[in-house]
Design a protein around this ligand. Structure first.
Ligand code: HEM
Length: 133
């Protein structure tokens, strides 16, 4: 039996389309958050300048999905769920996050539908798990 690299299952990071796709999803996500009044409450929780988030989120998602771990190396021991505890996240704003992310992923439409749907589902569940009410 050979141990060809080709036989190693692709990581979610590779299947979704790597850094380029994660950047496109992130850009669409923050554009929606910034422009669609449906996400006003969520937008108001964030700093005026979303540029740091546009840089940070794709880096987090990359490491989290099995790709380059730059965000985790820069933030040793930082847990995404605990990091959000200080923010007054409600079911409403968590729902806005989940909805905007689901739309962003659908709009970017990665070729691999199974991993795209899986990503939208698990991120939505993480976001809803951050609600404190
Ligand atoms: C799966 C769900 C989520 C992920 C992956 C995520 C990801 C992130 C990341 C990567 C950061 C920047 C942290 C850093 O690099 O130090 C951040 C910050 C932040 N997140 Fe989230 N987030 C999620 C859900 C939410 C939800 C549901 C809310 C609010 C309803 C929220 C509100 C915020 C706020 C207010 C900040 C600080 C941003 C600022 O100061 O402008 N996040 N999040």
């Amino acid at each position: 039996m050979s141990t060809d690299a080709a036989e190693v299952p692709a990581s979610p990071y590779e299947r979704i389309g790597g850094s380029a796709t994660l950047h496109r999803i992130t850009e669409r996500f923050y554009d929606l958050m910034d422009q669609d009044p449906a996400y006003r409450a969520l937008r108001d929780m964030h700093a005026a300048d979303l540029a740091p988030m546009r840089e940070s989120l794709p880096n987090f998602l990359a490491g989290w999905a099995g790709g380059p771990r730059q965000w985790f190396e820069a933030n040793p021991g930082k847990c995404m769920m605990s990091m959000h505890k200080p923010f007054p996240i409600t079911r409403e704003t968590a729902g806005q996050w989940a909805d905007a992310m689901t739309r962003a992923i659908a709009d970017v439409a990665p070729d691999d539908r199974e991993i795209a749907d899986g990503l939208a589902d698990v991120l939505s569940r993480m976001a809803r798990g951050m609600a404190q009410d």
